[in-house]
Design a protein around this ligand. Structure first.
Ligand SMILES: NC(=O)c1ccc[n+]([C@@H]2O[C@H](COP(=O)([O-])OP(=O)(O)OC[C@H]3O[C@@H](n4cnc5c(N)ncnc54)[C@H](OP(=O)(O)O)[C@@H]3O)[C@@H](O)[C@H]2O)c1
Length: 269
């Protein structure tokens, strides 16, 4: 299913995803055109074998099946009009936080197929989590292609409504920062318990990594895995009494996720 793809913006996220797509072979370098005004970033993109351009000038209508928008949300309204001629033949996939489907259809035409995607930074190492929502103009073939393309950067969850993007932002988009903080706190607690900083950091990091891998690979629910390592009156039970007593950690995380979700809604206005 060869498709011609235009990637608009090849900064941190755009470049990380581009490398993943090419490594997975979902798209051939010759079928990708990167539009990036920054010369250094353009050269970096060119090294992958993709075609590069400094601007949308000269891109002919009908020359792309998918246009991927990876610029900062603040510049979306200035950037999109240059690609209007490609719609509605081309679908538009946006990874810009907060930019709604309506922003795209207002600028590109009502019938434009638009997919919103909320990735997270582990996508840079192929371990990302992408939540996607597509409007009704996106056909099954394009959906399949987008799914295959994004799977090169990690897992893909297809959402039922656009408003769920705010929840995805709050859980997996911002989520890596919560886990980084958890690692910091676990390491600091390890130092307080008598370990060196270096050892405590290694222990905390590898424990989060190992537990996440185990939870993902196991057929058991995370709650069951937790129960399996918690013997009555044992050490884990003593710690979990502190974390789970009166639903402490659950309430804290619920509050944190809700704060991020409300902020995401606010930023999208
Ligand atoms: N990084 C993340 O963790 C993350 C996570 C989730 C979602 N996102 C989303 O990903 C998008 C990109 O973020 P980023 O961190 O990759 O930003 P970035 O590093 O600033 O990359 C954006 C690139 O787009 C270029 N650009 C500006 N105007 C352009 C135009 N008209 N045509 C083509 N390229 C243009 C910028 O060049 P100049 O610098 O020269 O303007 C820059 O190189 C954002 O919308 C963000 O919301 C990022």
């Amino acid at each position: 299913m060869n498709k011609n793809v235009i990637l608009v913006g090849c900064g941190n996220m755009g470049y990380a995803m581009l490398k993943g797509w090419l490594a997975s072979g979902t798209v051939r370098p010759a079928d990708i055109t990167v539009v990036e005004p920054n010369e250094a970033l353009r050269s970096r993109a060119a090294e992958t074998g993709a075609n590069v351009r400094p601007s949308a000038d000269g891109i002919a209508a009908g020359s792309a099946d998918l246009v991927i928008i990876a610029v900062k949300p603040q510049v979306i309204r200035d950037v999109l009009p240059a690609y209007r001629a490609l719609a509605p033949h081309a679908a538009f996939l946006s990874i810009a936080a907060g930019a709604s489907i309506a922003t795209f259809t207002d600028l590109l035409g009502e019938n434009t197929p638009v997919i919103r995607c909320m990735p997270n930074t582990p996508a840079a190492i192929g371990k990302g989590m992408m939540g996607i929502y597509a409007n009704r103009h996106v056909g099954p073939q394009m959906m399949e292609f987008v799914n295959a393309l994004l799977s090169a950067s990690g897992e893909v969850a297809v959402l039922e409504s656009e408003s769920q993007i705010d929840a995805v932002t709050a859980v997996s988009g911002s989520g890596p920062a919560y886990i980084f903080h958890f690692i910091e706190c676990l390491a600091a607690a390890g130092v307080n318990a008598g370990l060196s900083e270096e050892t405590a950091k290694l222990l905390a990091m590898q424990t989060v990594y190992g537990a996440a891998c185990l939870a993902k690979e196991s057929d058991e629910e995370p709650a069951r895995l937790r129960e399996q390592v918690t013997s009555p009156n044992g050490t884990t039970a003593a710690a979990l009494d502190v974390l789970m007593g009166e639903g402490r950690l659950a309430k804290l995380l619920d509050e944190a996720v809700n704060a991020a979700r409300l902020r995401s809604i606010e930023l999208g206005k």
